[in-house]
Design a protein around this ligand. Structure first.
Ligand code: HSE
Length: 334
C-alpha cells in the first residue's frame, strides 16, 4: 500500500462585498487527508474514515467532501493513467464544522490533491479546482468557489465568473492581517444561502459592485481608507445577520479597536476583521471575542493571520509510494 498525506488550510470568503468571488487562505488550522492505494480494494474511493468531527461528517464516499473531490480526480485521470485504482481516505478535521471557515473546501482540496499526488501529480490547477468544487458542492449544496480556490492555491484570490474556472491572485499590503473569530455557534451554509433568494435590488447591486471594484483597487494601491469603506456587504450579510447573535456589536468593537473593516466570514458565524499588522489584529480579535461573550453568551476561538501564501500541500508520502505508482503513470516524491 502507498499513501500521501495532504494538508489544506481554512479560509475566509466573501471578505465583505465579494459574495462568492473573494477568498483568503489562513495560516493555522486546516484539514489533513491521507489517501492510500489499496490493491484489492476495488475501484475508486471505496472507504473513508473521519476523525476530529465528533462523528458528524459522513463516511459514505458518495457524501463525503474529500471523497467526492478525490473521486473526481480519479475520474479525470482515467484508466490509462492509473485512475482505475482503489483508494481509501482518512480525513482528519482540524477545522470546525459549520463555522464559516471553509472546512468543506479544505477537506475537498486536501482530498483532490492527495488523490492527484497518489497518481503522480499530473492534473493542472483548473482541473484540480473543478474537482475541489465538486467536493465542496457536497458540503454546502452549491458550487461556490471562493473557499475552494484559496484552500487549493493559497493567497487572497478572486474567482471571476465563467468557464474555465480561474483563480486570480490579488496582492495585499505587507501588513494586511486578518483577525478571525469563531463564536461557538453553527450556521449551515446551505441554509444561509437559501435565505438569500435569487434577486437583489438595483441599489444593493450598485453598492456591492462599487465596493467590489473598490476593494480590488484598494489592494493594488495599498489604500487602507478605500479598503475599509469597501469591506461592506449590501447583499448577504444584512440578511444573514439574524443567524449570528452579537454580530453587529462584534463588528462595532472591532472597528473601535482599530480594525480597518469587519464582516461575516463566509456564511458565518465566524467574523473577520482586516487590520494593519498582527498586534492590531490581536486587539481586534480580543474585542470581537469579548463581544460574543457579552452579547451572545458564547466563547470564541481566535485566528490571527495574513493571507497564507500556500494552499493545499503534500505533508508526506509513504516509502512505498514511488514503487506502487511507478506502473500506473507516475511517482510521488518524498
Ligand atoms: N460565499 C459562500 C457564502 C461561502 O457566503 O455562502 C460559504 O462559506
Amino acid at each position: 500500500m502507498s499513501e500521501v498525506r495532504v494538508f489544506a488550510p481554512g479560509s475566509v470568503s466573501n471578505i465583505g462585498c465579494g459574495y462568492d468571488v473573494f477568498g483568503m487562505a489562513l495560516e493555522g488550522p486546516g484539514d489533513v487527508v491521507t489517501a492510500r492505494l489499496v490493491e484489492d480494494g476495488g475501484e475508486g474511493v471505496f472507504s473513508v474514515s473521519v476523525s476530529g468531527d465528533g462523528g458528524r461528517v459522513p463516511t459514505d464516499p458518495a457524501r463525503n467532501c474529500a471523497a467526492v473531490a478525490a473521486q473526481a480526480v480519479l475520474d479525470r485521470v482515467g484508466a490509462g493513467r492509473g485512475g482505475r485504482v482503489g483508494v481509501a481516505l482518512d480525513v482528519r478535521k482540524g477545522l470546525p464544522l459549520a463555522a464559516g471557515l471553509g472546512g468543506s473546501a479544505a477537506s475537498a482540496a486536501a482530498g483532490a490533491v492527495a488523490a492527484d499526488a497518489l497518481l503522480g501529480g499530473g492534473l493542472d490547477q483548473t482541473t484540480l479546482l473543478e474537482c475541489v468544487v465538486a467536493g465542496e458542492r457536497q458540503g454546502s449544496g452549491a458550487s461556490h468557489i471562493d473557499n475552494a480556490a484559496p484552500a487549493l492555491a493559497g493567497g487572497f484570490v478572486l474567482v471571476p465568473p465563467g468557464k474555465p474556472l480561474r483563480i486570480v491572485r490579488l496582492p495585499t499590503p505587507v501588513d494586511f492581517v486578518a483577525a478571525v473569530v469563531r463564536p461557538h455557534l453553527e450556521v449551515e451554509t446551505a441554509k444561509a444561502r437559501a435565505l438569500l433568494g435569487e434577486a437583489i435590488a438595483l441599489s444593493a447591486g450598485i453598492r456591492q459592485w462599487g465596493n467590489t471594484a473598490g476593494l480590488v483597487a484598494g489592494l493594488y494601491q495599498e489604500d487602507w481608507e478605500l479598503l475599509g469603506r469597501c469591506i461592506d456587504d449590501a447583499v448577504a450579510e444584512p440578511v444573514r445577520a439574524r443567524l449570528v447573535p452579537g454580530l453587529e456589536e462584534a463588528k462595532r468593537r472591532a472597528l473601535a479597536a482599530g480594525a480597518v473593516g469587519a464582516g461575516l466570514s463566509g456564511s458565518g458565524p465566524s467574523v473577520f476583521a482586516i487590520c494593519r499588522g498582527r498586534s492590531a489584529a490581536r486587539e481586534a480579535a480580543r474585542a470581537i471575542a469579548d463581544a460574543f461573550r457579552s452579547e451572545a453568551g458564547v466563547d470564541a476561538d481566535v485566528i490571527v493571520s495574513p493571507p497564507s501564501p500556500t494552499g493545499a500541500r503534500v505533508l508526506g508520502t509513504s516509502a512505498s509510494t514511488r514503487a506502487a505508482t511507478a506502473g500506473t503513470g507516475g511517482s510521488v516524491g518524498g
